[in-house]
Design a protein around this ligand. Structure first.
Ligand code: NAD
Length: 237
């Protein structure tokens, strides 16, 4: 596979749009792909409000384990390349579907987390949100008010935060370079972002070893791994 180098300074507004495949090379499992979490666990028992209400401890145990596992993983060179470009460029934005905080750990600051963060907890009664960053294990499973805390992430049947999607829409509408990395393009509304970027006139690039549901939307497709393709695409180190 031949990768043509891009100069980030040829583009004024850059969006890196990432999915579970971006973290896969760091060792964080995907959900649907080969070896994905949902082959082993039923999401109905672990990743929806109904499951949380019927057995909060079981659901929290599951998500706590994901945090502990994520902490053992380290950002890879692909994350570092994105963070490095952001450091020196006036407008670089990461829009991620990942909840693992890996972009921030590699130094990215402009990160929109469409599906929330495993490192925040939300009171199930008051709706208040707090960071819980220190360890894999949760600092608290209950709020001071006595209600259970739930991970501040989007579960099946949850609605995305409209303020977050509005921000993402605005940024994509200005993009002139849109690089999608490691997303299967089946989870909406994120699956519509490549089309949105295309309509905005952005050069759209897909990096994924396998075809995605949205592959038709891209001008350039690289069938390779995130770290390898990003390393060739941007000669920043
Ligand atoms: P997905 O699991 O549906 O698809 C992963 C995609 O990554 C696949 O298309 C696969 O071919 C590709 N991929 C695998 N290895 C890759 C690599 N080395 N380089 C580039 N691409 C690679 O993931 P999705 O599209 O992000 O949707 C899943 C949903 O589950 C999202 O909503 C996300 O919030 C959530 N999720 C998050 C995490 C995380 O935080 N790390 C992990 C799993 C799932």
């Amino acid at each position: 596979m031949e990768v043509e180098t891009l100069n980030p300074y040829d583009y004024s507004h850059i969006v890196f749009f990432t999915g579970a495949g971006m973290s896969a090379e760091s060792g964080v499992p995907t959900y649907r792909g080969r070896g994905g979490i949902w082959h082993k666990y039923k999401w109905e028992e672990y990743a929806c409000q109904e499951a949380f209400e019927s057995d909060p401890e079981k659901v929290l145990d599951f998500h706590e384990l994901r945090r502990i596992e994520a902490l053992k993983c380290k950002p890879h060179v692909g994350h570092e390349i994105i963070a490095e470009i952001e450091k020196n460029h006036p407008d670089v934005q990461v829009i991620t579907q990942n909840i693992d905080g890996m972009h921030q750990r590699s130094g990215s600051k402009n990160v929109i987390e469409l599906h929330g963060s495993a490192w925040r907890m939300r009171c199930s009664s008051e709706g208040t949100v707090r960071e819980d960053l220190k360890n894999g294990t949760y600092s608290n499973r209950k709020c001071e008010c006595g209600s259970w805390l739930r991970p501040d992430i989007i579960w099946f049947s949850d609605y995305l935060d409209p303020a977050v999607t509005a921000k993402a829409d605005k940024i994509i509408s200005k993009a002139n370079l849109f690089i999608s990395i490691g997303t299967s393009g089946v989870v909406w509304p994120a699956a519509g972002y490549p089309q949105m970027a295309r309509s905005a006139g952005a050069l759209c690039v897909e990096i994924n070893p396998e075809p995605s549901e949205q592959s038709d939307m891209y001008d350039i497709i690289y069938r390779g791994k995130a770290s390898e393709v990003l390393g060739e695409l941007f000669q920043v180190f």
